[in-house]
Design a protein around this ligand. Structure first.
Ligand code: NAD
Ligand code: DAU
Length: 350
C-alpha cells in the first residue's frame, strides 16, 4: 500500500486535506502526524478516524531523532507538510516557538525524507504548504506572483519564508523532489476561533466586542478551505518538481467590510434586528507590523493544472456561519483552556 504522511492533520487546513485524501484514495494509507498543540483537535477528524486507510501518530516534528527513525521504519512515498505555528499574533508574543516549529521542524522532515529517498527519488514527493505572507504587503494595486520577491514582516511570515528557502535548498542541493504552494487566507469549518472569521462569529453569537485592529482597512484575499485542499491534491499529484504554485480566490475584502457582512448575516440568522451586531464593533490598537494588503495571482495553477475555486464568497461565508452555529459543542470545547488564557492576555493589552 502506498503511504502518504500528512503533518498537522489535526489542525484547520490539515484536517480538510486528511479527510479529502482518506476518502478519495482508499488504496493509500494516510498517516496523520500531529503534536496536538492548542490548535490541533482530533475531533476535527471524527468522521474518518475509523477508516482502514487512516492512522494517527501523536508526535512533534521538532524531535529530529524520532522523525528520522519514523521515516526509516515506515518508508513514506510522499509527505504533505502542514504542521506549523500559524497565528501571526502569537508569533509577535513568542517568536522563538515559530522558529523552532516552522524552521527546525521543517528541516527535520527534509532530512528524514532525504535519508530514505536519496537512492531512489523517482515517484516521491515532499510537498511544503506555505503562505502568501512570505511576499510581504501590497499597496492598492498588483498581485503576488510566484516571482514576487520575499519580504516577510512578522515573525510568523519570516519563519515560513525561512522554511520555504530550506525546502528549495534541499531541491537544489540534494535533488529532493519538492513542491511548494503559497496560499491566501482560508476560511471554513474547524478553524480555531482566534483567527478573524471564527472569532468574530463566536463573539457576535455571545454579544462580545469585535476587536477590529487599527481602522479595519487591511485587505485579505479569502479562499474556501475545501478549495485549498483540492488545490493541494492537484499540486501533490500533478505539480512539477521544484516548482512553486500560488493559490488564491481572487476575493479581496477590506476587514471592516467583511466584518459588516458577517454582522448582517448573523443578525439574520439569529433573528436580531438589522444593525444590532455591528454595534459590537470596537476599534483596538493595531497589530504590530500589520501587512496592509494581500492578493494572490493564481493564474499559473489555473493554467497549468486546471484548478479553479468552486465557491463564491457570500455562499461560503453563509455556509461557514451555519457550521459554527450548528457546532456549538465543538466551539465550546476548543474555547476552553489554553485559548481562554491566550484571549485574556491578547485583548486586555489593547
Ligand atoms: P493550524 O494552526 O490550524 O494547525 C496547525 C497544526 O499543526 C495543528 O494541528 C498543530 O497541532 C500542528 N502542530 C503545530 N506544531 C507542531 C509540531 N511541532 N509537531 C507536530 N504538529 C504540530 O494551522 P492551519 O491554519 O491549518 O495552517 C496549516 C498550514 O497552512 C500552516 O503551515 C500554515 O502556515 C499554512 N497556511 C495557512 C493559511 C490559513 O489561512 N490558515 C493560509 C496559507 C497557508
Ligand atoms: O494569508 C495567509 C495567512 O492568513 C496564513 O498564513 C495565516 O496562518 C493565517 O492565520 C492568516 O493570517 P492573518 O493574519 O491574515 O489572519 P487573521 O485571521 O489573524 O487576521 C485576518 C485580518 O483580520 C488581519 O488583517 C488582522 C485582522 N484582525 C484579526 C484578529 C484576530 C482583527 O482586526 N482583529 C482580530 O481580532
Amino acid at each position: 500500500m502506498k503511504k502518504i504522511l500528512i503533518t498537522g492533520g489535526a489542525g484547520f487546513i490539515g484536517s480538510h486535506v486528511v479527510r479529502l485524501f482518506v476518502n478519495k484514495y482508499p488504496e493509500t494509507l494516510i498517516v496523520n502526524l500531529d503534536k496536538l498543540t492548542y490548535a490541533g483537535n482530533l475531533a476535527n477528524l471524527s468522521d474518518v478516524e475509523n477508516k482502514p486507510n487512516y492512522e494517527f501518530i501523536k508526535a512533534d516534528i521538532t524531535d529530529g531523532e524520532f522523525i528520522l527513525k519514523l521515516f526509516a521504519d515506515r518508508q513514506f512515498d510522499g509527505v504533505i507538510h502542514l504542521a506549523a505555528e500559524s497565528h501571526v499574533d502569537r508569533s509577535i508574543s513568542n517568536p522563538l516557538e515559530f522558529v523552532v516549529t516552522n524552521v527546525v521542524g521543517t528541516v527535520n522532515l527534509l532530512n528524514a525524507a532525504r535519508n530514505i529517498w536519496k537512492d531512489k527519488p523517482e515517484g516521491k514527493r515532499f510537498y511544503h504548504v506555505s503562505t502568501d505572507e512570505v511576499y510581504g504587503s501590497l499597496g492598492d494595486e498588483g498581485f503576488f506572483t510566484e516571482e514576487t520577491r520575499y519580504d516577510p514582516h512578522s515573525p510568523y511570515s519570516a519563519s515560513k519564508a525561512s522554511s520555504d528557502h530550506f525546502v528549495r535548498a534541499y531541491h537544489d542541493t540534494y535533488g529532493l523532489p519538492v513542491v511548494i504552494s503559497n496560499c491566501s487566507n482560508n476560511y471554513g469549518s474547524f478553524q480555531f476561533p482566534e483567527k478573524l472569521i471564527p472569532l468574530f462569529i463566536h463573539n457576535i453569537r455571545n454579544n462580545k466586542p469585535l476587536p477590529v485592529y487599527g481602522k479595519g482597512e487591511n485587505v485579505r484575499d479569502w479562499l474556501w478551505v475545501e478549495d485549498h485542499a483540492r488545490a493541494i491534491d492537484v499540486i501533490f499529484h500533478q505539480g512539477s518538481s521544484g516548482e512553486t504554485y500560488n493559490i488564491g480566490g481572487h476575493n479581496e475584502w477590506k476587514n471592516i467590510d467583511l466584518i459588516r457582512l458577517m454582522c448582517s448575516i448573523m443578525d439574520r440568522k439569529l433573528g436580531r434586528e438589522t444593525g444590532t451586531s455591528e454595534k459590537l464593533i470596537t476599534y483596538v490598537k493595531d497589530r504590530a507590523g500589520h501587512d496592509l494588503r494581500y492578493a494572490i495571482d493564481s493564474s499559473k495553477l489555473q493554467r497549468e493544472l486546471g484548478w479553479t475555486p468552486s465557491l463564491q464568497f457570500e455562499e461560503g461565508l453563509e455556509k461557514t456561519v451555519d457550521w459554527y452555529l450548528q457546532n456549538e459543542e465543538w466551539l465550546k470545547n476548543v474555547t476552553s483552556g489554553d485559548y481562554q488564557k491566550y484571549y485574556e492576555e491578547q485583548y486586555t493589552k489593547r
